[in-house]
Structures are given as C-alpha cells and as structure tokens.
Design a protein around this ligand. Sequence first.
Ligand code: SF4
Ligand code: SF4
Length: 179
Amino acid sequence: MAIGVKVVARPRDLGQQAYVPALVKGLGVTMRHFFDNLFGGGKHIVTIQYPEERAVYPKRYRGLHRLMVREDGSVRCVACMCCPTVCPAHCITILAEQTGNPNEKRPRVFEIDELRCVVCGLCVEACPCDAIRMDTGIWSSPVALRGDAVQGKADLMKRGALSTAVQGGAGGDWRDKQR
Ligand code: SF4
Ligand code: SF4
C-alpha cells in the first residue's frame, strides 16, 4: 500500500504568519487565570501544598494491603496464585516454596507494586483463606525510585494481624457437620 504525504498549506496572511494573534490570545488566558487565582481567593486552584497539606481521603478508602498471620506468626497465604491471577494490573508477584506440610505451600516472595495497583480489591475478594486484606487506611508514601513502591512480604506482614478465619475452612465435610 502506497503511503501518501499530506501537504499542509502555509498561512498566507501576515497576522497568521507572525503568530501574534494566537500569542496574545494565549497570554490573555494565562493572565485571566493569574488574576483569578490572585484575587479570586484561589477557588479555582486544584493543587495542594503536599506534604504540608493533605487531601481528604474518601471514607471508604481502603489503604495499603496487609498479609494476615496465623497463631504462630507465620503467613496465612498458601501461595494458591488466585490473587495474581485475578489482579487486573498484574502487580502481584509470588514465588512459592514448600512447607513441612505436604498439603500446603507458602510464598517465599510476595510483592505488590503499589504504583501499578488500581486499588480494585479483587485480590482480597479472590483469596480463599483471608490472607490478604485492604483495610489499613494507610496511603502510599511518595517514593524517589519506582522500585521503592514495591511492598515486600515483610512490609505486608508488618501491617498484618491474626485472622479470625479458620485456616482450611471447616473442611470438605462441613455440610455433614451442620446436620
Ligand atoms: S487491589 Fe486490584 S490492582 Fe491492586 S493488587 Fe489487588 S487485585 Fe491488583
Ligand atoms: S489468594 Fe490469598 S492465599 Fe492465594 S496467593 Fe493470594 S494471598 Fe495467598
């Protein structure tokens, strides 16, 4: 397929060639905003002086993730890979390792890139054993390097707490026990 070249005609009149009207118009917009912000009480200013000023977070803001722990202080996560599978931002990285229990694994590496996270909460919904929660209310701190926004297993467990859920649930015969 031949690729055509679009020829754009040069402006012919002097006003357009000098770009003066457009320049004056642009300056007019700038000056309007300048005086509006100076004498208008700053009501149109949308930026804040962070970190001296803090934005008011919505009441339902969830905050950073945390990894829940068991009675013995070990991580509840069994490295089932449900959360990285469901995560739409692909920001969860888990490397699993064996435990002493042949029925369970655990994460050797558990990382969440909080800069990529879209705070959807799907990881929390997907977890079958209440191992990951988003209820800390803590917001991400500003970081100088992108890698500093990656929260590791130790960071996530530091915010964790003992879960009230029973590891492994009530077992496969829970219906029989209820009868
Ligand atoms: S909240 Fe959503 S985007 Fe963030 S880690 Fe969980 S699933 Fe991924
Ligand atoms: S869904 Fe829960 S148990 Fe599975 S890997 Fe994620 S945090 Fe661990």
